[in-house]
Design a protein around this ligand. Sequence first.
Ligand code: BEZ
Length: 233
Amino acid sequence: MEETTVRSLPRIGEKAPAFKAVTTQGPIDFPKQYEGSWVILFSHPADFTPVCTSEFMTFASLEKQFEELNCKLVGLSVDGLYSHIAWLRTIKDKIAYKGMKDVEVKFPLIEDITMEVAKAYGMIQPGESNTKAVRAVFVIDPKGVIRTMIYYPLSMGRNFDELLRVVQALKTADEFSIATPADWRPGDDVIIPTAGSCGVAKERMESKDLTCYDWFFCTKKLDKETVLKAIKK
Ligand code: BEZ
């Protein structure tokens, strides 16, 4: 009888799969040691490759901005620890790219030569590669719950403004019990939950404090300063 492969991939709203591993910054107990912080766990296909190098330099350069949002960074590839160390040293010592140079990657980079972690997170996608992780991004909240997952193919470098925006939007939604519309940035109007009754919907349509496009689609102002004050740390 043919064996059926059951693949269980993580999903939004579920606990991030737990693992222990070795990293460039020592051992990691994930997500336990990040309790109380947001964390982005991301994979890259291979050390010493150009797209990944551009991504690591960008991520490292933005680390302070993620830190201000109480968001830590953790990288992973199926390369070994000595490859990771040699690659990060090359980046620091030799690569100048788009105004970035002397870039030190201070966040942990996991070695996953057995692919155990990569498989648990659905980072190995055979249609793209059997031997390398795709560019996966998991945004995990302070309780260890997966809040956003994004997968990119090998050929495409990630948009780091978008990753910052994702953390900002998730934290804003949690803090103010609102939703964020397309392309939202701090300072833009936010969406309030849909009215549960005709009476409330009517009141809203008549309210001067709201902008209603229809009974089910109302926004309110939420100024940038208030948002940034609430989501920083
Ligand atoms: C890169 O990072 O440049 C890369 C890595 C694996 C496959 C293709 C590109």
